[in-house]
Design a protein around this ligand. Structure first.
Ligand code: PLP
Length: 511
C-alpha cells in the first residue's frame, strides 16, 4: 500500500513521505492506492477491540494505514498523543440518548464526543498526534530541512495545530484565520498561544480566501524550491495532510466496537454515521472506516446554510457559485470542501481507472468556472456508498439544540446541533431506524455566546461572560483549556491581506 496524488503525479510514495509533504507537488492530495487488508468487523472481536481501549484501536488503525512505520513508532506516537491531555479516560466517549427526546427517537442515537482534547474541538483527535507522526516521518525519510507548517483555519484547526506543534524541535508553525470569521473564544485561543516557533495571523476575507491564499503559497513550486535552498520544507497541518485523516478513522472504529461490545448493535449490524461537515475530512474518515470493514449503513453529511455538499450529494454537480453565508456554526462555513477531492478520486476508480484525469478535470472546472459535474461513475459511487446529504438552517439547528437540553439535559454546540437537526429530518423523511453515531465536534463552551442565546439566556457582555453564564445556568463543566483564556496576554495581533502570506513567512524565517 502506497500513497499517490489525486492529480496525476504517478510517483508512489510511503505514508511517511506523504505526511512530510502535505500537499503533492501537482497540488493534488495524497490518497492510499488501496485499502488496508484488514476487516475490523470480521477479523477482530468487538469486545476485545473495545477492551483494548482507544489507544489500542488507534494503534491498529495507524499500523494498517502506515505500514512503513514500525510497531514501536506507532506505539510511541499514539501513547504520546492520547494521554492526560484528554479530560475523558475513553478519549472519545459516547453519550447515548436513552429515551425519546423531542425528536421522537428511541434509544439508538449515540453522540460521539470528539472534543475532550486540549482545545475542546474534534481537531485535537488528529492534531495531538500529527506532530508525533510528522517528527517520526521526518526521521524515517531522512528529512534534514526545517519543516514549516502552513495552516488555514476556520477557527478550530488553528488552535489545535498551534497547541500540537508549539516548541516541537525542527518545526515552525504558521496559522492564518479569517479575521471576522471565527468566534471570540476561538480567536483568543489562537492569539494567546505561547511558543518560540508559533506565528498567527488574521486574514481579511472568509475561510475560503484564507485556504486559497495558503494553498497558493504551498502549491507554488518555484517558491518551494527557493525555500528548499534555504533549508526549509513547507508542509501542512490542514486535513489535506493524510496524517490528519488516518487518526480520525480510529474513532469510528472505536465507536462501532464499543456499541457492538455493549450489545447496542448486533454482530455485523450496521450503524449510520452522521457528521457535521465543512471541509469533508471528518466524514471522509468515516468512509475510510467503512472501507476497512466497519459496518456502516448510511453516511449522513450534514451542512449548514452553506449547503454546497447537500446539493452535490443529491445531484452530482458541485457548484460554489453562491453567496457565502455566515452562520453560528462557523467551522462549517465553507464552500470549497477540499477533502471531497479524495472521495472523487476513489469513486472514479483510483489508480486502475486513471482517476487522476477525471479529478484534474473537476478541480480545473472548480477553479476556472466555479463548478463541475462529477459524471456518472461518481454519481453511481455516491449511491453505492450510501451517502445522504442534508442541511439545516439556524432555526432548525437551534431547535435541535434546545430540545436536547430540555428533554435530556444534554448540551451540544451549534455544529453538533446542525447534525442533530439533519438527523431529525432524515428520520422523518426515511423512517430508517438504524442506530446512528452522531459526531459531536466541539464543546458547547467553544461557542458559548451562540449556545446561551439559543437557550434564551440574557445577552452576555462578551463571549467570556457567556461561558460563565452558560456554566451557571447548566452546571456543565467548562473544559480546562477554556477556563483562564480571558486573562491570558494577547501575543499575536497582525492582520494581513490575502496576498500577504508569503511575506509573513519570509519575514519570520529571516528574523
Ligand atoms: C472543523 C470542524 C467541522 C468540520 O469538519 P470537516 O472535517 O472540515 O468536515 C465541524 N465542526 C467543528 C466544530 C469543526 O471544528
Amino acid at each position: 500500500m502506497d500513497y499517490i496524488s489525486t492529480r496525476g503525479d504517478r510517483e508512489r510514495i510511503s505514508g511517511a513521505q506523504a505526511i512530510v509533504r502535505g500537499l503533492a507537488p501537482d497540488r493534488g492530495l495524497y490518497v492510499p492506492t488501496s485499502f488496508p487488508d484488514i476487516d475490523v468487523s470480521a477479523d477482530f472481536d468487538a469486545a476485545a477491540l473495545a477492551g483494548g481501549g482507544y489507544r489500542g484501536i488507534a494503534k491498529l488503525v495507524l499500523a494498517a494505514f502506515l505500514p512503513d512505520f514500525t510497531a514501536q513508532e506507532i506505539e510511541a506516537c499514539v501513547d504520546g498523543a492520547y494521554d492526560r491531555k484528554f479530560d475523558a479516560p475513553d478519549i472519545a466517549p459516547l453519550f447515548s440518548i436513552t429515551k425519546d427526546d423531542a425528536a421522537g427517537r428511541p434509544a439508538d442515537a449515540h453522540v460521539l464526543e470528539l472534543w475532550h482534547g486540549p482545545t475542546a474541538a474534534f481537531k485535537d483527535m488528529a492534531l495531538t498526534i500529527l506532530p508525533y507522526l510528522m517528527k517520526t516521518a521526518a526521521r524515517k525519510t531522512g528529512e534534514d530541512k526545517k519543516i514549516v507548517i502552513l495552516t488555514a483555519t476556520s477557527g478550530d484547526t488553528g488552535k489545535a495545530a498551534l497547541a500540537g506543534f508549539a516548541d516541537v524541535p525542527g518545526t515552525e508553525i504558521f496559522v492564518y484565520y479569517p479575521k471576522d470569521g471565527v468566534s471570540a473564544v476561538q480567536e483568543r485561543q489562537m492569539v494567546t498561544q505561547e511558543g518560540g516557533n508559533v506565528h498567527v495571523f488574521g486574514i481579511r476575507g472568509n475561510f475560503d480566501d484564507a485556504q486559497t491564499a495558503v494553498k497558493n503559497v504551498s502549491g507554488d513550486a518555484a517558491y518551494g524550491a527557493a525555500l528548499a535552498a534555504r533549508g526549509v520544507r513547507l508542509s501542512s497541518a490542514n486535513s489535506i495532510n493524510i496524517g490528519r485523516l488516518v487518526p480520525q478513522v480510529a474513532y469510528y472504529v472505536s465507536a462501532w466496537a464499543r456499541l457492538a461490545a455493549s450489545g447496542a448493535v448486533g454482530p455485523g449490524e450496521p450503524v449510520n454515521i452522521c457528521v457535521p461537515t465543512g471541509n469533508f475530512g471528518n466524514i471522509l474518515a468515516a468512509w475510510y472506516a467503512k472501507q476497512i470493514g466497519v459496518p456502516v449503513g448510511r453516511l449522513i453529511c450534514a451542512s449548514n446554510e452553506n449547503k454546497v455538499l447537500t446539493d452535490f450529494l443529491r445531484s452530482g454537480v458541485y457548484d460554489r457559485r453562491r453567496d457565502f453565508v455566515l452562520t453560528d456554526s462557523p467551522s462549517m462555513d465553507i464552500l470549497i470542501s477540499s477533502n471531497l477531492e479524495r472521495l472523487l478520486w476513489h469513486l472514479s476508480g483510483g489508480v486502475a481507472a486513471g482517476a487522476d484525469g477525471d479529478v484534474r478535470r473537476m478541480m480545473g472546472g472548480l477553479d476556472a468556472d466555479g463548478y463541475y459535474d462529477a459524471g456518472e461513475a461518481v454519481r453511481q459511487g455516491l449511491e453505492d456508498s450510501r451517502f445522504y446529504g442534508g442541511f439545516a438552517d439556524m432555526e432548525r439547528a437551534h431547535g435541535a439544540l434546545a430540545s436536547l437540553w430540555q428533554g435530556q439535559r444534554y448540551l451540544i454546540d451549534t455544529h453538533t446541533a446542525v447534525a442533530c437537526a439533519v438527523m431529525r429530518g432524515y428520520w422523518k423523511e426515511t423512517g430508517d431506524r438504524t442506530p446512528v453515531v452522531i459526531a459531536s465536534t466541539a464543546s458547547p463552551y467553544k461557542f458559548a455566546g451562540s449556545v446561551a442565546r439559543v437557550l434564551g439566556l440574557a445577552e452576555a457582555e462578551d463571549e467570556f461572560a457567556a461561558v460563565r453564564q452558560l456554566f451557571e445556568y447548566t452546571g456543565v463543566a467548562v473544559p480546562e483549556g477554556l477556563r483562564d483564556l480571558e486573562s491570558k496576554p494577547v501575543l499575536h495581533e497582525q492582520v494581513i491581506e490575502r496576498e500577504g502570506v508569503r511575506a509573513t513567512i519570509d519575514a519570520a524565517l529571516a528574523g
